[in-house]
Design a protein around this ligand. Structure first.
Ligand code: CTP
Ligand code: CA
Length: 232
């Protein structure tokens, strides 16, 4: 019978995973968020942990139990996630950005619960920092050795390949995992996912519908192969 011998594939490796949606406060009782459950990020963190990695999981708002055996850093807003991620990226071997970061936040956060006044009001929103873009820009000026391998995500509802490749190039990641969040059995809140993985040369693999943990295992297989190639 076959036996698993030797060190686990990711033993001694440091992995940073982000998961869940960010929460952007309007006032003490109201906020803006999105449908992300954090399940894909949790599955990626668990798979890395079981492959022997030391895993840090930066979580926004999530549903369900966070994994055991990983370092959990809880954040609310995109700006908090930015600070947590950018502080630890230089120490990482792999970074996986599965979080659904709010693109905008309210321009003003009210100190007190807002009172209803007129019949219609306008909420002014401003852009949040793009964390994956900041990682890509930072990585572009680092020497080749010691750079973490970076996996981004792309949530799309149309022209998935075009948008995913555009994000991969703009944010300078090694792989981008595109999911069509309009498809059933994929995306936010579901137990399964259906993704296409792209690298700088284009499509790497189409992963059919399967549990998020199985998708995570496949992603680590791809990342491990590529990391070894880059380091060879
Ligand atoms: N991302 C990020 N910081 C942001 C927005 C997105 O780090 N402020 C990351 C996500 O974690 C994901 C990737 O960028 O890994 C793509 O996110 P997505 O929302 O699909 O793309 P955007 O660049 O925000 O573009 P758009 O929403 O306009 O499609
Ligand atoms: Ca976005």
């Amino acid at each position: 019978t076959a036996m698993l011998v030797g060190p686990k594939p990711l033993s001694g490796k440091r992995v940073l995973v982000t998961a869940g949606g960010t929460v952007e406060r309007i006032d003490p009782v109201r906020y803006i968020t999105n449908d992300s459950s954090g399940k894909m990020g949790f599955a990626i963190a668990e798979a890395a942990r079981d492959r022997g990695a030391e895993v840090t999981l930066v979580c926004g708002r999530t549903d369900g139990e966070a994994p055991n055996g990983v370092h959990i850093v809880k954040v609310n807003s995109a700006r908090q996630m930015y600070d947590a991620v950018m502080a630890s990226v230089p120490n990482m071997d792999f970074v996986v950005k599965a979080a659904a970061v709010a693109d905008y936040r309210p321009m003003h956060q009210e100190a007190h619960k807002m009172k209803k006044t007129s019949e219609a009001i306008t909420l002014e929103l401003v852009r949040n920092p793009d964390i994956l873009q900041a990682i890509g820009d930072w990585r572009a000026i680092q020497p080749d050795s010691g750079k973490p391998f970076v996996i981004g995500f792309a949530a799309e509802t149309m022209d998935v390949e075009k948008h995913a490749l555009d994000k991969l190039n703009r944010k300078k990641c090694d792989l981008i995992v595109a999911n069509n969040v309009a498809e059933s059995g994929a995306g936010f809140g579901t137990e399964t996912n259906i993704v296409s993985v792209y690298g700088p040369q284009g499509l790497v693999e189409q992963i059919p519908q399967m549990p998020k943990r199985a998708v995570a295992e496949r992603l680590w297989d791809l990342a491990e192969i590529r990391m070894n190639v880059t380091n060879a």
